[in-house]
Design a protein around this ligand. Structure first.
Ligand code: R5P
Length: 298
């Protein structure tokens, strides 16, 4: 039978998914040993099932990764077929060796996860889905970018004229898909990063002449710096700015930075357990359940 099993990083998707799929739902008991090591125990016996293991890997990425590895080994040992649903996949942005000698954390993580015998990996709006697929090797991989969910919430802006903005070249496919769903245009900002200092520069010329509402669509907002610099440029030119972001990490004073830069509304989906005040969270579980069925993962 199909069973959804939640790990401690589940942002609340597990029970919702189980409800939409008509599946059983189980959890893990988890604690830390006095020295900080992770202890996990299944609350009920789970064996011989098709398991959807739900774990978001933010915050406390390192603990979340270790929990995932322990749970995968355990569930496999108990004769289950396990698909890992990682709505937020940690360590995704270091997807290549930018400087010689750097670790490629995405590759290391996926090698470790896939060595546990996954039947499939499902991510939500992974930073670089092509790299995830490549590093996963022969394993089944599905990346869900819920543009329909965002488009539904953003449709009310259309009367004022909407342009979707990709904050960098890597975000252009996501922006194109949202623009197509909304039936509007999109533009791509050019971003370059100094490989040594990490300093980021944006070429904002493609934004000149925008009118109406600009919807910046990004995978992750961490410090808010990327979106704030784009929003300041646009609001200074009288363009209203809304933000659609899959993973609202909002580290430190990110929300304040975005508000000061003129971002009026923030739309996100519950891929991490953090809930940022003022952010409008859209429903992900029904969309995910539908896709899992269509793709034959359940
Ligand atoms: C970068 O390539 C990502 O897609 C995001 O744009 C970036 O991680 C956002 O980071 P921050 O909010 O710190 O500018």
């Amino acid at each position: 039978m199909v069973r959804v099993v939640s790990l401690p990083g589940d942002p609340g998707l597990g029970p919702e998914l189980a409800r939409h799929l008509g599946a059983a739902h189980s959890t893990f008991f988890s604690k830390r040993f006095p020295d900080g090591e992770v202890y996990l125990r299944l609350v009920e016996r789970v064996s011989g099932d098709r398991v959807l293991l739900v774990q978001s890997m933010y915050p406390s990425q390192n603990d979340r990764v270790v929990e995932s590895l322990l749970a995968l080994e355990l569930l496999e040992r108990y004769g289950n077929e396990v698909a890992l649903i990682a709505p937020y996949l940690a360590y995704s942005r270091q997807d290549k060796e930018f400087l010689p000698g750097e670790s490629v954390s995405l590759r290391s993580l996926l090698k470790a996860l896939s060595s546990m015998g996954l039947s499939a990996l499902v991510t939500v709006d992974a930073h670089n889905p092509a790299a995830v697929g490549e590093f996963l090797g022969s394993g089944r991989y599905l990346n869900v970018v819920p543009v329909e969910v965002f488009a539904e919430a953003l449709r009310s802006y259309l009367a004022r004229g909407v342009t979707v903005v990709a904050p960098d070249q890597g975000a252009s496919e996501r922006a194109r898909a949202l623009a197509e769903e909304l039936g509007c245009n999109y533009v791509v900002v050019r971003k370059s990063r100094d490989k040594v200092t990490g300093e980021v520069t944006h070429s904002l010329e493609p934004l000149e002449g925008l009118r109406g509402v600009a919807v910046v669509f990004d995978d992750i907002v961490s410090t808010g710096g990327t979106v704030a610099s784009i929003a300041s440029f646009l609001t200074a030119r009288g363009v209203e700015v809304a933000l659609a972001v899959s993973h609202a990490l909002f580290v430190g004073n990110a929300l304040e930075k975005l508000t000061k830069s003129g971002v009026r509304e923030v739309y996100s989906i519950p891929t991490v357990p953090v809930r940022v005040p003022g952010v409008r969270y859209l429903e992900l579980a029904p969309h995910l359940a539908k896709l899992l069925r269509e793709e034959g993962i359940v």
